[in-house]
Design a protein around this ligand. Sequence first.
Ligand code: ARG
Length: 464
Amino acid sequence: MSEQPEKQELIRERFTKPLTEIAHRFSSSIALDKKLYREDIAGSIAHVTMLASVGVLSNSESDVIASGLREIEEEIANGAFVLDDHLEDIHLAIEQRLTEKIGALGGKLHTGRSRNDQVALDERIYLKRAIANLLNILRELQSALVTKAEENLGTVMPGYTHMQRAQPVLLSHHLLAYVEMLERDHSRLSDAAKRLNFSPLGSAAFAGTPYPLDRAEVANALGFDGALRNSIDGVSDRDYLIEVASACSIAMMHLSRFAEELVIWSTKEFGFVQMSDAVTTGSSIMPQKKNPDMAELVRGKTGRVYGALFNLLTIMKSLPLAYNRDMQEDKQPMFDAIETTADCLQMMRVLVEESTFSKERMQEALRDGHLTATDLADYLVLKGATFREAHGVTGRLVGYCDSADKQLWEIDLAVLKEFSSLIDPDIYDALDPIKSVDRKQSSGSTATNEVRSQIDRWKLSLQL
Ligand code: ARG
C-alpha cells in the first residue's frame, strides 16, 4: 500500500481496493507520455484561459492555475519534478502536482475536460511541431542532393533496370530522382499537418460538456484552424497519427532504396562511391574493413517505421467508438516513427555530404553491357526502320557481339552493314555511351541541358 502512488487515488473514490502493483505497472503510460508535458501544459493553459473568458472560472482563478502550470513546466524541464513510474500518465501527474502546489483550486483545471480529449489534443500539438521539424530536415537532405548533383554534373553512369546495365544516365539525374521523391514526402507531411490541425478539446469524454466552452477560442489560441465538429470523433480516432506514420513510412522507403544503392555502389565490385571515414565503421576482426553501417542502419530502421504504422493500424482496427484504453498504446509507435524518421533523414544528409562519387569507375562501367543498344535501335528508326525491325536488328547484333566478345562500337562498318543496310559511318556516334545522354530530347530526360535546368529550378526553390 505504501508503494501505491497517491496519484492513483486522485480518481479512485469509488474503488474499495487499491490498484495492484502489476495492474499499475501494466497500465501506466508515464514512461512514454512524459514526453508530452509541454504540449499538455500548453493545452491546459489555453483551456483555463478560455474557462475564464466564458465565466466558468474567475480571471484570478485562471491566472493562478496558469502560473502554477508554468512553474510545473519549469520544474519538469529542470528536473525538480521527476516524472517517475509511480505516476499513471502525464495528464494526472500534472493535475496532481498542480493541486499540491496551489491547493483545492487545482481541482478546477479539469472542468469541462477529459483525458480523452486532452490526450488527442496533446498528440496533435506534438505532431504539428514534429512535422515542422521533419519538413525542415527533408529540405536539408534535398539541398545536399542538389548540391552533389551540381558538383557532379557531367558524370555519366550506367542506369539499371532489373539490376542489369541498361542505358547511360547522368549521376545528377539519378540523384535528382530522389529529390523529387522527397518533395512528395514533404507534400504528404504538409498535407497531413493541415488535416490534423483541428482541436478536439471540448469533446470531453466523448459526448461534450454542459459548460459553455468556447472551443473556437481554445483552438485559435493553440494555433489550430478550428475545433473538430463531432465530439465522438474528437476522442475516437487516430487517423491523423496513422497518416503521419504512413507518410514517414513512405519517406523511409525512399531513404532505404537510396541507402541500399550506397551500400551496393560502395562495394569493390562497383566502386561508384566512397563514403568518408566520418561515416563508415571498422570490423572487430578484419582490420581492412570499412563498412557502410550508417546506410545499412537507415535500411534497417525502415522496418521500425513500417512496424510503427502497422502497430497503429492494428491497435485501431475493430475498436468500437468512442475512447478505448487500447489507444494509449499509440505513444510508442508515434514517438518511434517520428524520431526514427528524423534521425534517418539527418543521417542520410550527412552520408550524401560525406560521399565522393567516382566518375572514372562509373564511366568505366559504361564500356561493357551494350548500354547504347537502344541508341542503335533509335538510330535505325531515324533512318526509316520501324521500331520493331530496329529492335530485331539490334538484338541480333548484340548476340553477335557477345559471341565475338566485342562491344558494339568495336565492330567494323562492313560487318554492321550486313545486319542492316541503313547503317552508315555516323553509327559510331550513336554507339558512344557518353554522347547517348545528350541525344535525349524529351523533357525530364537525362540530357545535360534538362538536368541543368532542373538543378537551377531546385536551387531557386530550395534557396541554394
Ligand atoms: N493515458 C491515456 C492515453 O494515453 C489517457 C486517456 C485515458 N483515458 C481514460 N479514460 N482512461 O490514452
